[in-house]
Design a protein around this ligand. Structure first.
Ligand code: 1HN
Length: 346
């Protein structure tokens, strides 16, 4: 029965706040309701980067700067709700990288984990810890944290891929390191296909023990992944939201390919009308094949091959396909799951 009166003392409060502020102290009650909220309410927006618009700009960038001067010649895909932060989602970076015939992007290594998803062109390679792999459209390649990598294009065509990195996650922990070796291009110390032979055949080196949370396999060629989806599409019904969807796996652990980023490939049939779905892991998508519509939080975007689009955390989205479509995607799901934060709702 004790009715506690709310004091009416705004001026006194303000004076108190000002006093404690001088020693870097602040009252929780003034900020509490921004810190704990009922559900995610991200600043990030759904958006689609149209390939027809992006491609000429990417090629134009090659007239302005070399890959070597730029270190990496990339146009960053910035979420319209997060401009100036080099982010496609609150936790992940994405960009479109171009390497012209004859160019090299010099070697370096950093704490950030990276993925490449090849969009267009043949004849360029990426080299990871002394092993080269030539990239073809649809191939998914990883650059594990703290592994030396350089890219080169001894071929005749411009080659463009999407990069995805965990920059903001590493920044959250203030755990970034970068190293540039003396030589621009790594000495190739391994044969092409070595890690594929060791890890991609459902076999492992004798007595193998995973020494890191990152996949020892760094090249996932498109043909095999696509064929798996095509076979599944003949033997099971599509998931009502995802169609036929697989996650890329670390063959040594069965887990995701990197500790911070999960990657997926999905196929949806012609005429598919996907159900609404949402999850706490904001997701960036790249279309490889097909056309349709991506709808998220009431906004619809027509998609076609090589477009990139993004679904922010917890905003409902669905896919409708005009033609059979194959779509790559990535998110921070491994981090959220490791921290018991991940939720989804169909
Ligand atoms: C990076 O090292 C690459 O190695 C691409 O190709 C994009 C974006 C931010 C930080 C490092 C690459 C990057 C990056």
């Amino acid at each position: 029965m004790s009715a506690v009166m709310k004091p009416d003392n705004q001026a006194e409060r303000k004076a108190f706040y000002d006093r404690i502020d001088t020693r870097n102290v602040t009252p929780l009650w003034e900020v509490l309701h921004g810190l704990i909220i009922k559900e995610p309410n991200t600043q990030a927006k759904p958006y689609l980067w149209d390939w027809a618009q992006m491609k000429p700009w990417i090629l134009e960038s090659a007239k302005l700067i070399t890959a070597e001067e730029a270190e990496r010649r990339v146009l960053v895909l910035e979420n319209p709700g997060l401009r100036g932060k080099s982010r496609i989602t609150n936790s992940l970076y994405a960009g479109l990288q171009l390497i012209m015939p004859g160019e090299v992007a010099p070697a370096h290594r950093h704490s950030q984990s990276a993925l490449r998803f090849v969009i267009e062109g043949h004849g360029a390679y990426t080299s990871v810890e002394g092993e080269k792999v030539f990239m073809s459209p649809g191939d998914f390649i990883i650059t594990p944290s703290w592994t030396f990598h350089d890219h080169g294009n001894p071929g005749t065509e411009p080659v463009i891929w999407m990069d995805g990195l965990d920059v903001a996650i590493v920044e959250l922990f203030d755990a970034q390191f970068l190293e540039r070796p003396d030589s621009k291009v790594q000495h190739t110390s391994k044969s092409q296909g070595e890690s594929f032979a060791r890890f991609a055949t459902t076999m492992l080196p004798l007595n193998y023990r995973a020494s890191s949370g990152t996949s020892p396999l760094f090249w996932y060629p498109y043909d095999r992944s696509r064929e798996a989806l095509a076979t599944l599409s003949k033997v099971e019904d599509p998931h009502p939201a995802h169609g036929w969807k697989l996650q890329y796996a670390n063959p040594a652990t069965g887990g995701f390919v990197m500790p911070t980023i999960a990657t997926f490939l999905q196929m949806i049939p012609k005429g598919f009308r996907g159900q609404d779905y949402r999850s706490t892991d904001a997701t960036a998508f790249t279309v490889i094949e097909g056309t349709g519509t991506f709808t998220c939080a009431g906004q619809s975007f027509r998609y076609g091959p090589k477009d990139v689009f993004v679904a922010p955390s917890w905003r409902p989205w669905h896919l409708d396909a005009d033609e059979e479509s194959v779509i790559f995607s990535f998110s921070d799901r491994p981090v959220q799951q490791a921290l018991d934060l991940w939720r989804e709702q169909a």
